[in-house]
Design a protein around this ligand. Sequence first.
Ligand code: OAD
Length: 241
Amino acid sequence: MASMSDLGIVRDHIAAARSLVVLTGAGISADSGVPTFRGADGLWRNFRAEDLATPESFDRDPRLVWEWYNWRRELIASKRPNPAHDIVVEFERRCSQFWLITQNVDGLHRAAGSQRLSEIHGNIWKVRCTVCGVVEENRDVPIPILPSCRHCQELLRPHIVWFGESLAADDLARCATALRSCDVLLVVGTSGVVYPAAGFAAVAKEAGAFVAEINPDPTPHSGIVDVSLKGRAKELVPFLL
Ligand code: OAD
């Protein structure tokens, strides 16, 4: 468990920061009941990413992919933000230069009230037309399979960045600017193995930021951060306000 003195050090840095970036992963939503991807109960233990979360798998079997996303939509629809999501909103309110970078597609940061954020892996509540490219919010649970675009009637896909796909260039540029100019980066609940987000802590560190992480387990970030707070997001993040 994180020590009170380490928590105090991170809290003081956050309170003094003129520019704060928070990077989150599935661990922050684990405390809301959303399954993570890796680890003992992780989704990738029971499902093969290459069958469900690649452009090739969607081309091969869009029905199967949509069924999996329908299952996840159903699961996430009943989940609510937890105190860690709420405190991130409070950080945003208090810090004039704030940016939240989340790898999560569950929309819980938005549901909590976060506004200055990049959802770099997309959002499970958005769909994108495979032909005309229009992106729209869609909260149907279940979504009718196969869903079609209301503008051109072609096939819709989840607006999610799958393995082998690139992040949106404007998102990446926005994140790079925030990471290079922040005083403090707080990394919460990510295994730190999926790039480019896995490289973000190093970018901020090299640019001179104070970097802290919150995670119950060691990660590849643990060796480079200034303080590693061992524990759960919903228990530790509220100590940092
Ligand atoms: P992972 O599932 O890889 O890692 C979750 C991390 O959260 C692990 O390091 C856990 O130790 C930690 N964790 C678990 N419970 C926690 C808690 N209560 N509080 C804090 N931390 C906790 O999830 P990500 O790192 O987000 O891609 O995975 C990155 C990407 O891989 C995801 O965005 C997803 C996946 O494939 C897409 O959806 C495109």
